[in-house]
Each structure stands twice: as C-alpha cells, then as structure tokens.
Design a protein around this ligand. Structure first.
Ligand code: 9D3
Length: 229
C-alpha cells in the first residue's frame, strides 16, 4: 500500500491513471492517487501561480508560495511522504530509483508548467526527477510515468509475480530476446525452428545468445555496464 499525491495545474490529465494496471490497483485498494489542484493555492483573486523572472528573460516562473502551501496541506494530513519535484534538471529516472521510491509509504509529485520553478522550491523537496533528455511541456506526463513505474513494483499489483523476478534478474541491463506467437509463418517470415523444437535447453541458450547480441548492437552502453559487473 502506497499513497501518491500529485500537485498539478492539470488534475484532469491524471484520468489516464484510471485505466490499465494502475486503474485496477486503485480499484483493489492497493494504491491511492490523489490530485491536488495547485490553482486552489494560487495568490490573489486571480489565483496566480506564476510570475515574470527577476533579472528579465522570456517566459514565466512558478512562484514558490502556492507550491509551499500545497505541500504543507498535503503533509499536514500525512507524515513521512517523500516529495519529488518533476524537472528537466533532476536525476534521470532509472529502475534503481524506481525501486528506492517504491520503499516509501507515500510520494508527493509536483508537476510544473511554464519555464520552471523558482529556485527556492528546491529546498522544499526530497528529490528532483527527470524522465530523460527530451523537452515536454510540463511535469504531468513525467509524474504519471513515476506513478506507473512505482505502482507495478508493489505486492499484488502485477498479476504474475514471475515477471518481476525475471525483471530484477535481468535488472534492465539485458534487452528482451525475440518473441513469437502464432502463426508459424506470417508474410513469408517463419518462426525460428529452435522455438518449435521442444528442446528447452536449446531454447534457453538461443534466447540468452539473442538477448546478449541484441543488447550489444542496440545498447552498447548497457552491454559495457554488464561486462563490468
Ligand atoms: C524549452 C524550455 N526549456 C529551456 C528554457 C526549459 C524547460 C522548461 C520546462 C523545458 C521543459 C519544461 C517542462 N518539462 C518538465 O516539466 C519536465 C520534464 C521534461 O521536459 N523532460 C523530461 N523530464 C521532465 S520532468 C519535468
């Protein structure tokens, strides 16, 4: 059981998490996801959450007070939550980080918009997380990525715990071997004979070799990391 709290200007985007594996985990009471509309903590009659940057420059910056107020409100009801700021300047998310996050009782994810956060917001959180080196329009999709990656590690969320065992073994440093299902021939492309042989020793060795070769050619970075460990 873990509780996710998301602070966002676009709570409606998180309807995506009513579906699929995460949606089922919620329905079964294995996780909770609560969105908190940052606009409700905005300043003045216009509920302002952003402002122009000191020193000039283009774009708007998220003011610290609404985020601090939202964080205080979420933390008031719940002790011991790990607060994550979703930002392109954060640590790039890895499966190792996902496993660390899954160890907490609850997570607060702060999704921003505009050009970024006032620097002082960083002092209010435990970690800053990026999901990779490409430009998105805000932190909402990254927050959903974190929720899904963490949720599927929790006991009972995956139907088949076998997949988790295989995952931790491969540790995301080995790409998947080629997989086939019916039909035996599709548009002239046949299923490799070894997979039809019934020889489970041969099949296992073929899959290991394929996974190694595929990792070496497609992901030399992962391959090098494996050879060292
Ligand atoms: C194009 C504007 N960029 C240069 C000044 C800065 C910038 C600000 C805000 C770039 C992206 C964003 C919005 N992105 C996120 O909030 C975000 C993000 C991402 O864009 N990529 C990967 N991970 C993340 S986590 C949050």
């Amino acid at each position: 059981m873990i509780e996710f709290h998301v602070i966002t200007l676009f709570p409606a985007m998180f309807a995506a998490l009513e579906h699929g594996l995460v949606g089922r985990a919620r329905a079964r009471g294995l996780i909770t996801i609560t969105t908190h509309d940052l606009r409700e903590y905005g300043l003045g009659a216009y509920r302002q959450v952003d402002d122009t940057p000191y020193g000039g420059g283009s774009g708007m910056v998220m003011r610290p007070e609404p985020i601090a107020a939202a964080l205080d409100a979420v933390r008031a009801g719940n002790r011991d939550l790990c607060a994550l700021l979703m930002t392109p300047q954060g640590e790039p998310l890895t499966q190792t980080i996902v496993r660390e996050l899954a160890g907490h009782h609850g997570l607060i994810l702060i999704a921003g918009r505009y050009e970024g956060f006032d620097e002082r917001v960083r002092s209010l959180v435990d970690r800053e997380i990026s999901i990779g080196d490409y430009v998105l329009s805000g932190g909402e999709l990254p927050a959903m990525v974190v929720v899904e990656a963490v949720a599927r590690l929790l006991p009972g969320v995956l139907g088949n715990p076998q997949s988790l065992t295989e995952e931790s073994f491969a540790d995301a440093t080995l790409l998947e071997y080629p997989q086939y299902t019916r039909p035996e021939e599709f548009r002239g492309m046949r299923v490799p004979e070894v997979l039809l042989s019934g020889d489970h020793g041969r099949i296992r060795r073929w899959r290991e070799e394929q996974a190694r070769r595929r990792t070496a050619t497609r992901r030399p970075d992962l391959s090098a990391r494996r050879e060292k460990s």
